[in-house]
Design a protein around this ligand. Structure first.
Ligand SMILES: *Cc1c(COP(=O)(O)O)cnc(C)c1O
Length: 360
């Protein structure tokens, strides 16, 4: 007897963005803040009170309430998941028949294409123009001409850091028959959200995560917000105990600290603007072949022919940023001021040691 893996999984590799440990991690768009002692102490009390022998609340009611209060939405329109990644998988698998058409707009978050392919959907891709702005008219036309079943994109976009306005999102949702999945993972850093009106539409699901602005990537907690019909379906197809008790309780606690989260979000936005400004300055000083995109997120995207050697140089010096081979681009998450100064220092060092000397 012999067993062979089916073709679609045979050549897949486990997800491992980078291996090794680095003194500065600016590669995953995480918050640079760990939780303060005040919250860590509350978490210790939560652990003391936890009934470890019991299953979690399948509807995650408390954490959904806390999340909904934070964003000012109706808890009846919210589904909680084990990170929004879990919801992406659910959307591609359970919410679509096999061979459905899924429209993506690339470059975008790679998981959209990955889960769609894994679920044996047909992926249709629009390429963004050099500006990396989404052309909403083109999306509407492609969706309707091809009768697509689902459109999925991030706004603002990871990795490009570019976004479309709330008005453009509304126009897109209203102009197509497809189910629109609008991933607002980074919308905390911008002001063009349609989260509060998500439940008014027939065909819209807005995704949120606590992994970025909220600084809780470790606990794996994501949310989908949609009308009650869609929400009932999402709650029905998810695995019953998907969000563990500790995550539910800790998430409930974290979302109750609205002031702290808002203050931190503001600092991250400020640090991102500074990082972007410093990169522009460096580009000007050395006439660098950098295409730097002004972000409305917590990271900066740069297209450059130097992407690979620069990325490698930074890694060799203990600084991890993200490299995109397909787009010859780099994505630098904004860190603390010290971390940003350090990454800028090493980028300049690279330019002086490798670039300027070779291009003299
Ligand atoms: C980070 C990220 C997510 C994943 O969030 P998790 O809740 O940590 O799974 C989803 N969408 C986009 C666009 C992201 O960048």
């Amino acid at each position: 007897m012999s067993y062979t893996l089916c073709e679609k999984v045979r050549d897949l590799e486990p997800y491992e963005p980078i291996s090794g440990t680095y003194r500065i991690r600016l590669d995953a768009n995480e918050s640079f803040y760990n939780m303060p002692d005040e919250i860590k102490n509350e978490i210790k009390e939560i652990i003391d009170k936890t009934a470890f022998n019991r299953y979690p609340d399948p509807l995650a009611s408390d954490v959904i309430k806390s999340f909904s209060d934070f964003y000012g939405i109706d808890p009846e329109t919210v589904t909680a998941t084990n990170g929004s990644d879990e919801m992406l998988y659910i959307l591609a698998s359970a919410m679509l028949q096999r061979n459905s058409k899924v429209l993506v707009i690339e470059p975008d978050f790679s998981m959209y294409r990955f889960y769609s392919s894994l679920s044996e959907n047909q992926v249709i891709a629009i390429q963004k123009p050099d500006s990396l702005k989404i052309d909403v008219d083109e999306v509407i036309k492609t969706a309707n001409d091809n009768n697509v079943d689902m459109i999925i994109f991030s706004n603002p976009c990871n990795p490009t850091g570019q976004g479309i306005t709330a008005e453009e999102s509304r126009r897109l949702v209203k102009s197509v028959n497809a189910l629109v999945i609008l991933d607002e993972a980074y919308m905390d850093f911008w002001n063009q959200s349609v989260l509060q009106e998500a439940a008014q539409y027939d065909n819209l699901i807005v995704l949120k995560t606590s992994s970025k602005a909220v600084g809780s990537a470790a606990i794996r907690l994501g949310f989908a917000v949609a009308n009650k019909t869609l929400t009932k379906a999402l709650r029905a197809v998810k695995s019953p105990y998907n969000v563990n008790t500790l995550t539910q309780e800790i998430g409930t606690c974290i979302f109750s600290h609205k002031e702290l989260l808002t203050e931190r979000r503001n600092t991250i936005v400020k640090n991102t603007k500074e990082l972007y400004g410093k990169l522009l300055e460096l580009k000007k000083t050395y006439s660098l072949p950098f295409n730097i995109y002004e972000p409305c997120t917590n990271f900066v995207y740069i297209r450059t022919e130097l992407s690979y050697p620069l990325w490698q140089y930074l890694l060799d010096n203990g600084i991890a940023i993200r490299y995109f081979k397909n787009d010859s681009a780099l994505r630098i998450t904004a860190g603390s001021q010290e971390e940003n100064n350090e990454v800028m220092r090493y980028i300049e060092k690279y330019i002086l040691e490798k670039y300027v000397s070779e291009n003299r």
